[in-house]
Design a protein around this ligand. Structure first.
Ligand code: HEM
Length: 401
């Protein structure tokens, strides 16, 4: 299929917001992505989104950021800190696995390392399935691995998580427990829906598997990119490096600058549901693919300046443009985890005490607080299983030099 490419910031924004363009990046990964929120269109997408957005009710983000995540993060970091070294990729996945499992609604009954490793193995397979379009491996082999992993996931994790939630929902409906006693997660919201909106079992499995990998995979990668960019910047600009810990809002801004340079997927794809006029006058017809080059849009010199290609937390941003650019997308498919991972957008009035920094900044902050730095004897290596420009291994050391 031939492709129309859009690569300037404003055109990318306009195209992503066009309701006549449907998601198409995940067609290859249908083995896990079929019928999930990210690929639905129109009314079906609206209905699912409405069901799932209920998870954000009543101060969810602040509760998650100040109560749940710091505990999980400290628990995850502790053994690695004691050891004095870690692979940041592995560490990132482990810490964010719990984040996405809590958010998706997957219980870890045993709460031990063996159980986390089993879930982590499955989530990595799901992530490879979801990003199949960029896989450098035999795609049919990956599909078959995803099918096996989904089966194991259903038996080992999902079945019990569903049963526990159904029990609690029944108790709540009978007036025996309050709404506050229900878990705050996607699975609970989907199981609490009207009978007419209940998802078929195989769709429910894929939806929860998709959420698990969407949270862990992108957060882990974003953290390693941010850690790398901030460490490199501090080498050349020690005065900024010295601000990272005392000035958390500056730290968050630096993390947002790193997020701009490393969108989770370098491109978004859309397929027109009818002929669509693109901002530069071209018409995209349903037999063509529209590729939104997020990587290029986030480096558009008209918006981000002549040095748009490099990390610089002091760049001037035009009004209405976020420091992280289009990394979380925009429009009706914009990222549901944006405020969780990116935190609140700071204003003149923001103060470190009450400002929500977001999970990626909290993670980078926790690493820096523990003296984390790249291992000088083992440089990081790019990932080889995907064409996406991510790190494969990133050895770090903890403690004072
Ligand atoms: C730094 C981390 C993350 C990045 C860079 C990121 C990026 C994105 C992008 C670009 C999209 C839109 C894709 C498109 O328009 O084709 C998206 C969608 C989505 N993201 Fe994220 N994401 C991140 C973290 C998360 C987390 C932590 C969660 C869940 C807890 C999450 C859940 C989702 C969901 C459910 C969608 C689909 C929304 C829809 O289609 O309505 N993401 N993400």
């Amino acid at each position: 299929m031939s492709t129309e490419t859009v690569n300037t910031f404003h055109d990318a924004e306009t195209v992503l917001r066009n309701p006549d363009l449907a998601q198409s990046l995940y067609d290859e990964g249908a083995v896990i992505m079929a019928d999930t929120l990210l690929v639905l269109h129109g009314e079906q997408h609206k209905t699912r989104l409405k069901q799932e957005m209920r998870v954000f009710r009543r101060n969810f983000l602040r509760y998650y950021e100040s109560e749940v995540f710091p505990r999980t993060l400290a628990e995850t970091l502790e053994p690695f800190e004691a050891l004095g070294h870690a692979d940041l990729m592995e560490l990132g996945y482990l810490a964010t696995l719990n984040l996405s499992a809590d958010f998706a609604g997957i219980d870890r009954m045993e709460r031990n390392t063996e159980e986390s490793s089993r879930l982590l193995k499955l989530v990595k397979v799901f992530a490879e399935g979801a990003t199949l379009v960029h896989s450098t491996r035999d795609k049919d082999v990956v599909r078959s691995e995803v099918r096996d992993a989904l089966k194991e996931f259903e038996g080992s994790f999902l079945k019990d998580s569903i049963a526990r939630r159904k029990g609690l929902i029944a108790k709540h409906r009978a007036g025996k427990i309050s709404e506050d006693d229900l878990p705050r997660d996607i699975l609970t919201e989907l199981l609490s829906s009207d009978p007419a909106q209940q998802l078929p079992p195989e769709v429910l499995t894929r939806e929860i598997a998709f959420f698990l990998q969407a949270g862990a995979h992108s957060t882990g990668n974003a953290t390693s990119h941010a850690f790398h960019d901030l460490t490199e910047w501090a080498k050349a600009h020690p005065e900024d490096g010295a601000r990272y810990l005392p000035d958390p809002i500056f730290l968050q801004h630096c993390v947002h600058e790193a997020l701009r340079l490393h969108p989770a997927s370098p491109v978004s794809w859309r397929r027109p549901v009818c002929p669509v006029d693109l901002p530069d006058g071209r018409t995209a017809t349903p037999d063509r693919q529209v590729e939104i080059d997020l990587w290029a849009a986030n480096r558009d010199p008209e918006i981000f300046g002549a040095d748009a290609d490099v990390f610089n937390p002091h760049r001037k941003l035009p009004d209405g443009v976020n420091a992280f650019g289009l990394t979380f997308g925009t429009g009706f498919h914009s990222c549901l985890g944006r405020d969780l991972d990116g935190g609140a957008i700071p204003t003149e009035k923001s103060t470190p005490k009450t400002h929500r920094l977001g999970i990626v900044t909290l993670f980078v902050q926790a690493l820096l607080q523990r003296g984390a730095r790249p291992d000088p004897d083992q440089p990081p290596e790019p990932a080889s299983h995907t064409a996406r420009p991510n790190w494969g291994v990133y050895p770090i050391l903890f403690g004072s030099k």
